[in-house]
Design a binder for this molecule. Sequence first.
Ligand code: MN
Length: 436
Amino acid sequence: MTTVQDWQAKSWVASANEAGCGFPLQGLPYCSFTSEDNRSVRIGVGIGAEVLDLHALSGAGLLASLGGEVVSACCAAQLNALMGCGPEAWRMLRGRLLELLGEGVAAEQREMVAAALTPVADVRFGLPVAVGDYTDFYASIHHARKVGSLFRPEQPLLPNYAWVPIGYHGRTSSLVVSGTEVRRPSGQYRVAGAEAPVLGPTRQLDYEMEVAAYIGAGSAMGEPVGVTEAEGHIFGISLLNDWSARDIQAWEAQPLGPFLGKNFATSLSPWVVPMEALEPFRVRLAERENGMPGPLPHLQEGGDARSGVNLSVEVYLRTALMISDLLEPFRISAANCRELYWSFAQMVAHHTSNGCNLRVGDLIASGTVSGSAAGSEGCLLECTRRGVQPITLPNGEVRAFLEDGDEVILRGFCEREGFRRISLGECRGIVRAAVV
Ligand code: MN
């Protein structure tokens, strides 16, 4: 039997075994989709260039051994019910899928599973999870420092950063799936030198390259989740673009946090990569810099805790002109999640430390992922030093912030010698002109 531990196993789905394919048997990310053949919304699993329809798989009786609760959860349109079945059910379903998609499956079953496959190219993705609450953190110290240096050159990093995972409560009504167009927001901002603000389309539209974790197991109100148990509450991860209007944000966020400068749209990749698929890529977080204190006891992980993920994230830009000239998207920057200052486990522990309960389907985002090196800035604010040093694209176009028609593409993947590549897929969005 194929097990979760078999990192070399192959699938009978040929496209999954191709070198460089980010959707091998070991990945099996979840999604929500519709297809031409089947108009109803289904949950599915990515394998090679195909999506496996879990509703169809249940209908064929192939999941019956997992029990009625899991079978009915697999017939839902989004992942919430499945997540609510709990970590043991997630493991069992994954084990069953590894069995059914593995090379060793009986010919008869293989035929039934093959009937439940649809080419990825033929499906339309929806949001995989109905998100309840959304929290966005600020876990990259490199991002915090570089952004801080723009506004407070004398003290880029505020003293609390070393101790407390900073975050804000986001909004779920404007979460959209990759591929959804994003309308340039209008808002109130004050142009440098002016006395009074104006209302108008943002002049400083930006992206934020982030990774987000879905809470699969909730917690009780009043009961903090310990940092060592926190990972057990996470179902899987996705890419997230926290679109930001910097001029609106700068004007409104005095003295409170982000509001209309960010809640007009947040894009999510369609795939949720289960934590088990990331096991070979788990690492200790990058060592804290000299002089940085260790965390307080409730955020203290064991010395050998592999709470980080060796996960590369990249952001690409393709302007309207590049699209019409059939030019490839241009990579603006690349960073790695192992360089975050706080792990998702620490974010969960901190989030619940005051007794705030988490619910199935909550979303916790990392904040902009930036690295220490040049070329690893996770947003244009950092890249262009607040628009002062615009970037020049290969076709000669220049960008300080995003323009209408620009497409932003986030990509994420895990790679390690001797293991299959695991892709998080893409999170795309094209900017459209403001309504005026
Ligand atoms: Mn953010």
